[in-house]
Design a protein around this ligand. Sequence first.
Ligand SMILES: [Zn+2]
Length: 424
Amino acid sequence: MSRRAASAGSQSSLREANKALVVTTVQRYGGLTQVELAAATGLSAATVSTIVRDLLAAGVVDTAVTTRSGRRAQMVTLARRVGLAVGIQIGHRHLRVVLGDFAHEVVAEQSLPLPHEHRSDTSLDRAALLVVDLLERIGSELDEVVGIGVGVPAPVDTSTGMVSVPGVFRGWEGEHLARVLDKRLGRPVHVDNDANLGALAESTLGAARGYRDAVYVRASYGTGAGIVINSRVHRGFAGTAGEIGHVQVDPQGHICRCGSRGCLDTVVGSAALLEPLRASHGPLTLRDVVARASGGDPGTAQVVADAGATIGAVVAGLGMAVNPQCVVVGGELAETGEVLLRPMRDAIRRRVLLNQIAPLEVVPAELGARAEVMGALVLALQSADVPVRVDDVGDLEPAEPAQVGDRRDRDDQDDQEDRRAAVG
Ligand SMILES: [Zn+2]
């Protein structure tokens, strides 16, 4: 091979490498302006501009005019024809599924109530059927799905996609979640803990966007945290990083599902929150407590505020270990807003070192109740292999977004169904 041919070859492989770098950078953030792309990749503005033009011609990216700091800018996103991804959140009492594209736009979504202590086989079955149903609604097919992200309320061994600690999510241990869904749907499946996914979503799209180090706290039927270090979710060796629900807060307390004594969840988990209200308020669901505390009922607000103080003290300890720039709070209890957040913030601000340079921000999740399912979607999108050439992309017709009604109406409906299911 002549020197000129060799040099042409290395130039073309450099161009391909730069192209792949631009694609993976857009994939990671969902959408960036050309100026932001140059900053994020370290490539020159001219190189980025040439690559974007090539990728646009290859059908891999779309561009749109936007404004940044009052100036016109070209926003680059991966094209819809590159594919869709699925996010699934399996909660203690509900199932949520979203379909979204590489720009993190949700094109269809649905949630369903699940019965108390639902079983893995029937719930995974419902999840798979719901995915197919949503695809049908928007006129798409499974071939267009690049991957499926799944969140569960338990630590997960991401190498096997299985719940890694027994007892924490009853009826789900030993279940090969990823294998079951892959068998049903035939697409790559990625499973993670729901709080980790909330952290991923909030740091990619929500309140922690732009922070390198952050903690996401999920205060729900149980409590968990997702830790973002250097813009990556830290899962730990066995996937139990951030499992603050199992930090001991009462050495003389009750035995927890995990087998230890006096875990945070034995004090602020749903059973512990509902029990002291039984005599005064009768049997309530967690949703009832959230609704009443938000509506100003002093008894339920007291229970949520006490939980906030207890969770805050544990998060302060985690904060000492991680030194985050912000703490984002999601999960059902966070829907009470400052009822939960103020005592949490007070407990965290009491730790002097944590607030040395500036008071540590404690803010609600920007994505609200969708944080975890959006994280599942982001996980699937970030894990996908994106082609850089048009001939690698299947000949797919972009589908129209589904008309699935107003989201708020549907969530209210879900709450009502949840209550009916809890009563029945
Ligand atoms: Zn425990």
